[in-house]
Design a protein around this ligand. Structure first.
Ligand code: XIL
Length: 313
């Protein structure tokens, strides 16, 4: 029996996907699923620095504009993604720049892009992505060009520039391995508490949720709730469940469904959890190649994972 459109059953929450301009309008099955199942989209790569701002004073808005335009036609919103990140930065933004130059460039970048999309249906922006260190004994913040040049102040700067550009869009910090309670989540919690104490304009925390089979932290809901209790929104921003196999068994797909159910249930149990976004739509177009990580097969059939998502909302 056919599943109801997940965007309907997810209400009042958003159900989202990372959307990729390579496949939209080229794969009709993908396009149809995008049209019918989702109420919010994140550009998979199209708003990243190397794509949208490849050279000084050169902005390439075309691929992102296409996705934003599509979202309007299907009555969906967008999550902008992202500004401060250690990956997919344009080569011209490099160590030869001074701290002062980096600060000016960051402000100009955030302001220009947020202005460009100001009248569009952007619900939220990931302002800072993956900033928490994986080696907390060395430092709380990841060593990336931005933190090396501007220090941890880059976070306050980026959020402040973003709020000045758009007073009403939701501003998020987004990260991985912070989904369950633990040292890295505690570090993020401390960063966010510090921002709120300093009146840095932050609205929400994004939990990526790239998990392996059976690896959903048991404390996910509790962890979402403690951030929500600070007065912030929370969101599942990049969900996928890696089967770890190039020819997964039915038992693996059943476990995958269970894992999707756990994540979506955790969000659905937290009042301030506003959205669940999967990092892609169909297995054949995922960034994790050949491991069947998503709720729809490469021919567009709903997997047990899709049924589980419907149940969990
Ligand atoms: C990934 C994209 O899916 C790939 O197409 C790209 O080659 C690399 O980036 N965390 C993030 C996302 O915040 O932006 C990443 O997206 C996946 C991990």
């Amino acid at each position: 029996t056919a599943l109801p459109p997940i965007r309907s059953v997810a209400q009042p929450r958003f159900f989202g996907a990372a959307l990729n301009s390579t496949f939209l309008f080229n794969d009709p099955i993908y396009t149809k699923l995008a049209e019918t199942q989702f109420s919010i989209f994140t550009p998979e790569n199209e708003m990243k620095w190397e794509v949208i701002h490849p050279f000084p004073n050169v902005y390439n808005f075309t691929p992102a504009d296409e996705l934003v335009k599509f979202s309007h036609t299907v009555n969906a919103r967008m999550r902008g993604h992202n500004f401060v990140w250690g990956s997919q930065l344009a080569p011209w933004v490099n160590d030869s720049l001074t701290a002062t130059e980096m600060d000016i460039i960051l402000k100009e970048h955030i302001t220009t892009i947020m202005d460009h999309y100001k009248k569009d249906n952007i619900y939220a922006w990931d302002i800072v992505n993956e900033i928490v260190s994986d080696t907390l004994n060395v430092s709380t913040f990841k060593q990336i060009l931005w933190t090396q040049k501007l220090g941890e102040e880059v976070v306050a700067k980026a959020f402040t520039y973003a709020r000045a550009a758009n007073p009403s869009v939701k501003l998020y910090i987004n990260d991985y391995s912070i989904e369950g309670l633990g040292p890295k989540s505690d570090a993020l919690f401390g960063i966010v508490q510090g921002m709120m104490k300093d009146k840095i304009p932050i609205d929400g925390v994004g939990f990526q949720c790239h998990f392996g089979l059976g690896q959903v932290p048991a404390t996910l809901q509790q962890n979402l709730q403690r951030f929500a209790d600070l007065g912030l929104d929370v969101a599942i921003t990049e969900l996928d469940i890696n089967t770890g196999s190039t020819s997964p068994t039915d038992a693996m797909f059943a476990q995958q469904a269970q894992d999707y159910l756990s994540v979506v249930s955790a969000c659905a149990a937290v009042k301030r959890c506003v959205s669940v976004t999967t990092w892609g739509i169909m297995d054949n177009h995922s960034w994790i190649v050949g491991k069947d990580v998503l709720p729809w097969t490469g021919t567009g059939e709903a997997k047990p994972a899709a049924t589980a998502i419907v149940q969990a909302f």
